[in-house]
Design a binder for this molecule. Structure first.
Ligand SMILES: *[C@@H]1O[C@H](CO)[C@@H](O)[C@H](O)[C@H]1NC(C)=O
Ligand SMILES: *[C@@H]1O[C@H](CO)[C@@H](O)[C@H](O)[C@H]1NC(C)=O
Ligand SMILES: *[C@@H]1O[C@H](CO)[C@@H](O)[C@H](O)[C@H]1NC(C)=O
Ligand SMILES: *[C@@H]1O[C@H](CO)[C@@H](O)[C@H](O)[C@H]1NC(C)=O
Ligand SMILES: *[C@@H]1O[C@H](CO)[C@@H](O)[C@H](O)[C@H]1NC(C)=O
Ligand SMILES: *[C@@H]1O[C@H](CO)[C@@H](O)[C@H](O)[C@H]1NC(C)=O
Length: 401
C-alpha cells in the first residue's frame, strides 16, 4: 500500500477519536494559540487539502488537490495523496485518477489478479463447463456437467450444453450422450421408409387459388383468421413459417386446417372431392409403372431447378410405382419455389423426345392434366372456398384467381 495513504489513514483514525461523529461538515478540535482556545474546525472535503486551520473569525481554508493528487474522504491532512502510477503490464485502467479518486487498475480481459500477477482465467476441460465466468478479480469456476448435459470443448466461457433432444427434430437417438459427447441422432426409420407425398396434385389444384401471386407478409395470418372451424394455433403457424417457403406455407396451412376440421360438414365435402380427384389421378396414371430411365427422362424435361438422380433412386426405393411420378413432381415443385406442377408437367411433355416414353404413358399424362385442369373442378372449389372464408380475404385474393 502507498505509504502516504498509510500515514493519512493513521492520521484520520486518530483525528476521528476527537470528533463527534454526527456533525456535518465533520469537525476536528484545534488549539488556537492566539486565543488559547480549543476550536471546532471544519474538516476538508474530498478533493482538497488543508491550507489553514480555522480561527475564531475564519473557517478552515481548503484548497483543491493539484493534478495527479487526490483525497477521497473528509480529512485534516495538509497534503493530497499521490495517485498510483500508471497501470502495470497486462493491466488496464478501470478508473482514471481525479481529485477525489485514486487511479484503479485491473487485469485485462481474460485475466484475474492473484497476489501481484494477472493470471489467465482457467479453461474448463471437456466434461465440465463454466458455472461462473472469470472476472478481473476472480478465476473461472468450472463444474462437471450434470446428467443430460455435455461439454466437448476446453473453454473459459462455455457452460455445459443440453444434450440434443432428437425427437424434437423428428429423429431417433442412435447413441446416448455423456458428459463429453452430445446425443447422436439419426433419421428415424419411419420418415425414411415412407414415400410421404406432402401435398398431392389434387390438394395442389384445390389449394393453389388460395396462394396469392403477390405474397403479402401477413397473408398467412389473414387466412388463419378467416378459415372457419377450429383455428390453426399460433405455434403451428410459426412452425409452418419456419419450415416452408412462402408459397408452400399456404398449402401446409390449408392441409393442417383440413386435418383439424375433418369432422365438419363443409370440410367433409372438400375431403370427399379431393379423394374423388385422387382416385381420378390414380386411374389415369397410377398404372404407368415407369422405369428408372423413363422417370429420369420425364423429370429432366421439367423446367427450372432439376431433381437429382439420387432423389429419383431414393423415390424408386421408397414409393410404390403408382406414387413415384407424383412424388418426383412434388419434389420438383418444392425445389422450384412452388411452381405449378401441372404447368411443369405440360412443359415436360412438350419438350420430351417422343421415344423416351411409351405412347400410352404420354397419353395418360395428358388425360391427367386435362382432368385436373377441368374448369368445372376449379370453379367448384373456388366457389366452395370463397363461401367459406370472408369478404376480407376475397378482396385480397381476387387478383390471383
Ligand atoms: C472522479 O471519478 C469518479 C469515478 O470515476 C467520479 O464518480 C467522480 O465524479 C469524479 N470526480 C470528479 C471531481 O471528476
Ligand atoms: C461439439 O458438439 C457439437 C454439437 O454436437 C458439434 O457441433 C461440435 O462440432 C463439437 N465440437 C467438437 C470440437 O467436437
Ligand atoms: C424431448 O422432447 C420431447 C417432446 O418435446 C419431450 O416429450 C421429451 O421429454 C424430451 N426428452 C428429453 C430427454 O428432454
Ligand atoms: C462418452 O461417449 C463417448 C462416445 O460416445 C466415449 O468415447 C467416451 O468414452 C464416453 N465417456 C465417458 C466418460 O463415458
Ligand atoms: C431401422 O430399420 C432397420 C431395418 O430396416 C433396422 O435394422 C434398424 O435397427 C432400425 N433402426 C431403428 C432406430 O429403429
Ligand atoms: C412394373 O414393371 C416392372 C418391370 O418393368 C414389374 O416387375 C412390376 O411388376 C411392375 N409393377 C406393376 C405394379 O405393374
Amino acid at each position: 500500500m502507498n505509504q502516504w495513504l498509510c500515514c493519512a489513514l493513521l492520521f484520520l483514525d486518530i483525528s476521528m477519536k476527537w470528533t463527534t461523529q454526527e456533525s456535518f461538515p465533520p469537525k476536528y478540535l484545534h488549539y488556537d494559540p492566539e486565543t488559547s482556545h480549543q476550536l471546532r474546525c471544519d474538516k476538508c472535503p474530498p478533493g482538497t487539502y488543508l491550507k489553514e486551520h480555522c480561527t475564531a473569525s475564519r473557517e478552515t481554508m481548503c484548497i483543491p488537490c493539484p493534478d495527479d493528487y487526490y483525497t477521497d474522504r473528509w480529512h485534516t491532512s495538509e497534503e493530497c495523496l499521490y495517485c498510483s502510477s500508471v497501470c502495470k503490464e497486462l493491466q488496464s485502467v478501470k478508473q482514471e485518477c481525479n481529485s477525489t479518486h485514486n487511479r484503479v487498475c485491473e487485469c485485462e480481459e481474460g485475466r484475474y489478479l492473484e497476489l501481484e500477477f494477472c493470471l489467465k482465467h482457467r479453461s474448463c476441460p471437456p466434461g465440465s463447463g463454466v458455472v461462473q465466468a472469470g472476472t478481473p478479480e476472480r478465476n473461472t469456476v468450472c463444474k462437471r456437467c450434470p446428467d443430460g448435459f455435455f461439454s466437448n470443448e476446453t473453454s473459459s466461457k462455455a457452460p455445459c450444453r443440453k444434450h440434443t433432444n432428437c425427437s424434437v427434430f423428428g429423429l431417433s437417438l442412435t447413441q446416448k450422450g455423456n458428459a463429453t459427447h452430445d446425443n447422436i441422432c439419426s433419421r428415424s426409420n419411419e420418415s425414411t421408409q415412407k414415400c410421404g407425398i406432402d401435398v398431392t396434385l389434387c390438394e395442389e389444384a384445390f389449394f393453389r387459388f388460395a396462394v396469392p401471386t403477390k405474397f403479402t407478409p401477413n397473408w398467412l395470418s389473414v387466412l388463419v383468421d378467416n378459415l372457419p372451424g377450429t383455428k390453426v394455433n399460433a405455434e403451428s403457424v410459426a412452425r409452418i413459417k419456419r419450415r416452408h417457403s412462402s408459397q408452400e406455407q399456404t398449402f401446409q396451412l390449408l392441409k393442417l386446417w383440413k386435418l383439424q376440421n375433418k369432422d365438419q360438414d363443409m370440410v367433409k365435402k372438400i375431403i370427399q372431392d379431393i379423394d374423388l380427384c385422387e382416385n381420378g389421378v390414380q386411374r389415369h396414371i397410377g398404372h404407368a409403372n415407369l422405369t428408372f430411365e423413363q422417370l429420369r427422362a420425364l423429370i429432366e424435361s421439367l423446367p427450372g431447378k432439376k431433381v437429382g438422380t439420387e432423389d429419383i433412386e431414393r423415390t424408386r426405393k421408397m414409393c410404390k410405382s403408382s406414387e413415384q411420378l407424383l412424388k418426383l413432381l412434388s419434389l420438383w415443385r418444392i425445389k422450384n419455389g412452388d411452381q405449378d406442377s401441372l404447368k411443369g408437367l405440360m412443359h415436360a411433355l412438350k419438350h420430351l423426345k417422343a421415344y423416351h416414353l411409351p405412347k400410352a404413358v404420354t397419353h395418360s399424362l395428358r388425360k391427367t392434366i386435362r382432368f385436373l385442369h377441368s374448369f368445372t373442378m376449379y370453379r367448384l372449389y373456388q366457389k366452395l372456398f370463397l363461401e367459406m372464408i370472408g369478404n376480407q380475404v376475397q378482396s385480397v385474393k381476387i387478383s390471383c384467381l
